[in-house]
Design a protein around this ligand. Sequence first.
Ligand code: 6GU
Length: 242
Amino acid sequence: MRADVITIFPEYLAPLDLSLIGQARRRGVLDLRVHDLRDFTHDRHRTVDDTPYGGGAGMVMKPEPWGEALDRLVAGQASRPVLIVPGPGGMPFTQAMARELATEDWLVFGCGRYEGIDERVYEHAAHLAEVRVVSLGDYVLNGGEVAVLAMVEAIMRLVPGVIGNAESLVEESHEGGLLEYPVYTKPASWRGLDVPDVLLSGDHGRIASWRHRKRLERTAARRPDLLHTASAITSADLESVP
Ligand code: 6GU
């Protein structure tokens, strides 16, 4: 998988050198390149923003550097990437979207700052890529960089070869639409708090049904909105949680 990130803060993406993503890059499984948007400016101040037409607060990212960056990266290439522009006004980023994006050959992330990017950049980009504006949730970040860190991690860990243990991918929160069950490790008793007996029983059937019950309870308590769309759930399950 190839991924390019266009940003005015390349140093913000430094964590992508670390941990499993960093290892995958060094092993050549991921070809991840970070580009400074200011390298596509031509004035002495390397200007990337200007005041909004029509007035209003804040600044807008100028179209020219984005146009040049996208042309340089994408135009004339054999394949067409998916261009992901993080922003609070986008479609919700979900595990399903991460799974789908993990099957793509080439992703480009365009990090906006300020009040956003001149709308004509999206129009131009649609000729070069499949453009998606994507939001992490209903809150506002200062720019797309932190969102790209989160999205790249969520997507890349699903790319075959990035994570050693494929089994650890299947039973996580949101797989099957329920949150994960609680986990414990040694010691069996700690500060007067005991690991539930069933987990020490060796009875794999009882352990599986205990875990399923805990996933239901936890989802009902924290994310009741998920209960009615979860695939890992029966109508009997639904009746048994508050
Ligand atoms: Cl993806 N970007 C920005 N800038 N703010 C956000 C976001 C993304 N998701 C939630 N807030």
